[in-house]
Design a protein around this ligand. Sequence first.
Ligand code: SF4
Ligand code: SF4
Length: 87
Amino acid sequence: MIGTRHRIEFYADKCVGCQICYKACFVDVIRWDIEVKKPVFKYVEDCEHCNYCEVSCKRGAIKVIPDFSSQSFRQSFDRYGKNRRND
Ligand code: SF4
Ligand code: SF4
C-alpha cells in the first residue's frame, strides 16, 4: 500500500506487467519499473482520482482510494466542474 493523503493500493501478485495502467495515467503518478516489469506509484500526491488505472486494469491489481475530505480533492472536483460548465 502506497499513501500520502490519498492511497493507491497495488496488489503485485495479480499484476501481469501489461503496462496499461502506466499508459493510462495522464499525470506523473505511475512510473514503470523496467527490471521487475511492474508499475511504481511514485507521486501519489499528484493523483487526480480519475480511476483510469483502476478501471483499465483487467486483473484488479489497483485500487484508488481518494481522501474525499482533503483540500486537493475538492480543488480537483471544482476544476473539472468548471471545465464541464464551460463546454
Ligand atoms: S494494468 Fe494491472 S496488470 Fe497491467 S501492469 Fe498495470 S497493474 Fe499490472
Ligand atoms: S487515478 Fe488517474 S491520476 Fe491517479 S494514478 Fe490512476 S490514472 Fe493516474
